[in-house]
Design a protein around this ligand. Structure first.
Ligand code: UDP
Ligand code: MN
Length: 260
């Protein structure tokens, strides 16, 4: 049978949340043997996400982990000030390790499973999932529309990653976006100390997780030797609520019982 892809998605309540999750779901429904691990940044699971997942038709696990207040981006902060989603990805990793331990490494496809961290606002090609499915340790590929560039990517020579095409601090241990790699579950189980560092300096969150697990030489280049863009770091515009607020003042706001 196909190796399972565990997709870990941090998500938080905001006006576009259901739209983002719907777009993701409709991609993931086309991917065989995918298990969606949705981790809400909230003190408890929300009704919106619970109901959404219940009728999704996907195999999923619904978790939550609130980002501590001092680590959370405040309104008005520049978006790069603090890493986002670190605690939620760690909660997904904790759940996977716990599940693997309980299964004793047998019978649940853990031998060959792969983990991918999929933010809720990016855009994913179906082909990406087949590229990552047979990851031995860590596979890598280009990410489009990221880092104020058309794309970033590992540069491959003779089948090996030799450096990274990036506009910024190329000497970071792994200058790759969260969307640009997948890891085998086995590698994560063999490295119980591998976590995302929620206090990592800007641009070092991915490195904090990868740097003690794998070397650049060991990276497995996918997507035609990193020549194809199969994932885009899209970011969704915050919807304007000017008219809504004006209407609320007149008692004519949109019906709050309608879920958006
Ligand atoms: N996220 C979260 N809590 C937050 C902010 C973001 O769980 O307070 C999630 C978000 O839903 C996304 C991931 O963390 O899945 C990365 O956040 P974002 O897309 O805003 O980061 P960027 O695109 O700026 O790298
Ligand atoms: Mn994003």
């Amino acid at each position: 049978s196909l190796p399972t892809i565990y997709v870990i998605t941090p998500t938080y309540a905001r006006l576009v949340q259901k739209a983002e999750l719907t777009r993701l779901l409709h991609t993931f429904l086309h991917v065989p043997q995918l298990h969606w691990v949705v981790v809400e940044d909230s003190p408890s699971p929300t009704q919106l996400v619970r109901n959404f997942l219940a009728v999704s038709g996907l195999t999923y696990t619904h978790l939550h982990m609130l980002t501590p207040k001092d680590r959370k981006l405040q309104e008005g902060d520049p978006h790069w000030l603090k890493p986002r989603g670190a605690e939620q990805r760690n909660e997904g990793l904790r759940w996977l390790r716990e599940k693997a331990a309980a299964a004793g490494g047998k019978g649940l496809g853990f031998e060959s499973a792969v983990i991918y961290f999929a933010d809720d606002d990016n855009t994913y090609s179906l082909q990406l999932f087949e590229e990552m499915r047979y990851t031995k340790k860590v596979s890598v590929w280009p990410v489009g529309l990221v880092g104020a560039m058309k794309f970033e990517r590992p540069v491959v020579e003779n089948g090996k990653v030799v450096r990274f095409h990036t506009g910024w601090r190329p000497n970071r241990p792994f200058p790759i976006d969260m969307a640009g790699f997948a890891v085998s579950l086995n590698l994560v189980l063999a490295n119980p100390e591998a976590w995302f560092d929620g206090n990592a300096e800007m641009g070092f969150l991915e490195s904090s997780f990868l740097q003690n697990m794998v070397t650049m030489e060991e990276l497995e280049p996918k997507a035609d030797m990193c020549t194809k863009v199969l994932v885009w770091h899209t970011r969704t515009e915050k919807p304007k609520m000017k008219r809504e607020e004006a209407l609320i003042k007149q008692g004519l706001g949109s019906d709050p019982n309608v879920e958006v």
